[in-house]
Design a protein around this ligand. Structure first.
Ligand code: SF4
Ligand code: SF4
Length: 485
């Protein structure tokens, strides 16, 4: 048995609470604006309406899980068109690669939901408990009435924000006004309540208590992003060749850094950027604002902390000018990401305009491959599945073409070759194709056959004499099995 002295050191370290100080400046303002815009889009989007006719939901953006469709304004994506979603995810990934290779972790610092909500929670915390020093005092204080009151107010406000967050998310999955009505009247589906509870709890914990730990330990992105960054990537850095040796202002031989700790005290990650680039840094720029403010006060040039690349560092140390920002941003790597991003985007737009409104497939029945009728004719059977993507019922006409025709065709359970499919539904029907006895098709083992489906619109009649708009017609190739000689 090992003695207490030889016990291995504990790998557990308790979280050190962080109390970011209020800061003013260009990057702080930019973060406020991005927070307002992203939260505004997030909260408003489910309430936007879009008229799609009587049979379809009028919510502009809706993930309709029950009917397995995704609505985005005038675009409707069906499950078999998942390549659109895949394309959008690829574009999002490439966009992230592009921004990371140009500007480091800007996503983390400005737009990531964890950052946005943590910022919001810190704002509430500062409003209730005061700025950094007051919060530290309160943290160290024994529990009393004042501490309990402030904590209760803060946690209640956090909880309301967290609930509103969960609420907004579930509104994307069903009709928002109806769901709000159901929630207020305690009539919502249990799934809605469970989702609301889970999202409220996770937002409350992540934004209120876990904060920087999510970024440092739980999120895989800081580890992945290193692959996208190189020596030309702009990121937050401390110009130690200018700041060191740090020391009190007007002390002879010291650099520009007066060791005021302002950059550390405003950092939401609780790190000291003067120690060099660190995995924990989310490049939010708040330390730049704090240090610039201090440089203004001591009448030194701004930029002791700033956006700079490793190549700038080398150049500046050698007394040269830094490379222009545009040269950092516009370089082969970022241009390649932009080109790939644009290619996928153009491809998706083209696919969107070229996609058919008719979706059908034909499956030949293989057991048996053909049936010989009493008059010697050969009959093949096919399973035909036809999806009506329109918001109202449509009629479709089935036909077939082949070099070895003619054929007789029939739809099981239908009087003719016209089929009515209700709005947004799929209809499965058995199709019979018969080649007359002795015909080329009947006596050839396998001949190519093309099945056509024509969209007749919401009326079945071909007797209409007025000019008709061009009807959509699509085909699928299959095989007709004859008996052979
Ligand atoms: S070091 Fe600066 S840029 Fe990095 S997280 Fe802290 S405040 Fe933000
Ligand atoms: S804010 Fe600027 S001057 Fe103050 S400690 Fe940080 S780097 Fe030094």
């Amino acid at each position: 048995m090992s003695s207490p002295d030889t016990q291995p050191p504990s790998l557990y370290a308790a979280r050190e609470p962080i109390f970011p100080r209020r800061v003013k400046g260009a990057f702080r303002n930019l973060k406020w604006w991005i927070m307002a815009v992203t939260l505004g889009i997030y909260y408003i989007t489910p309430w936007l309406r879009w008229d799609r006719g009587p049979s379809l939901p009028d919510q502009a953006v809706l993930v309709d899980i029950a009917h397995r469709r995704f609505f985005f304004f005038m675009i409707e994506i069906w499950p078999q068109e998942f390549y659109f979603v895949a394309g959008l995810l690829i574009m999002a990934g490439l966009g992230l690669f592009l921004f990371t290779s140009a500007l480091g972790r800007v996503w983390c610092g400005y737009a990531c939901p964890q950052t946005v909500w943590t910022d919001l929670f810190i704002l509430v915390e500062r409003w209730v408990e005061g700025d950094r020093n007051a919060r530290i005092r309160l943290h160290r204080k024994e529990w009393d009435l004042e501490k309990a009151r402030k904590r209760a107010v803060k946690w209640t406000l956090w909880l309301l924000i967290a609930a509103a967050t969960g609420g907004a998310w579930i509104f994307y999955f069903t009709d928002a006004p109806q769901l709000l009505h159901d929630l207020l009247h305690l009539q919502a589906h249990p799934v809605a309540w469970i989702t609301l509870f889970v999202l409220t709890a996770t937002t409350f914990i992540f934004g209120g208590f876990a904060r920087e730990q999510i970024c440092i330990y739980a999120c895989p992105w800081p580890r992945i992003q290193a692959a996208m960054m190189d020596e030309d990537t702009l990121t937050i850095g401390y110009r130690d060749w200018r700041g060191e040796p740090r020391g009190k202002q007007k002390t002879e031989g010291t650099g520009d850094c007066i060791d005021c700790m302002a950059c550390v005290n405003v950092c939401p990650m609780g790190i000291d950027i003067r120690d060099g680039q660190q995995l924990a840094c989310i490049t939010c720029g708040l330390c730049i604002d704090a240090c610039n403010d201090m440089m203004d006060k001591i009448d030194r040039p701004r930029g002791l902390i700033g956006y700079l690349a490793l190549t700038d560092e080398t150049a500046e140390r050698a007394g040269k000018k830094p490379i222009s920002v545009w040269k950092h941003v516009l370089r082969p790597r970022t241009l390649l990401y932009t080109a790939l991003w644009a290619t996928v985007g153009v491809g998706l737009v083209v696919a969107l305009f070229l996609r058919s409104e008719i979706d059908f497939n034909v499956t030949p029945i293989r057991n048996p491959t053909f049936v010989t009728l009493s008059d010697g004719a050969i009959r093949n059977s096919y399973d035909l599945r036809l999806r009506n993507k329109h918001g109202e019922a449509h009629w479709f006409e089935i036909s077939a073409s082949s070099d070895a025709g003619p054929f007789k065709m029939a739809l099981e359970g239908e009087p003719g070759l016209r089929l009515k499919v209700p709005a947004n539904e799929t209809k499965a029907v058995r199709l019979y194709i018969t080649a007359p006895a002795g015909s080329s098709a009947a006596t050839t083992p396998r001949i190519p056959l093309r099945i056509w489906v024509e969209d007749l619109g919401d009326q079945p009649g071909s007797e209409v004499t007025a000019p008709q708009p061009a009807r959509e017609r699509v085909a699928q190739d299959t095989i007709f099995n004859g008996r052979g000689h």
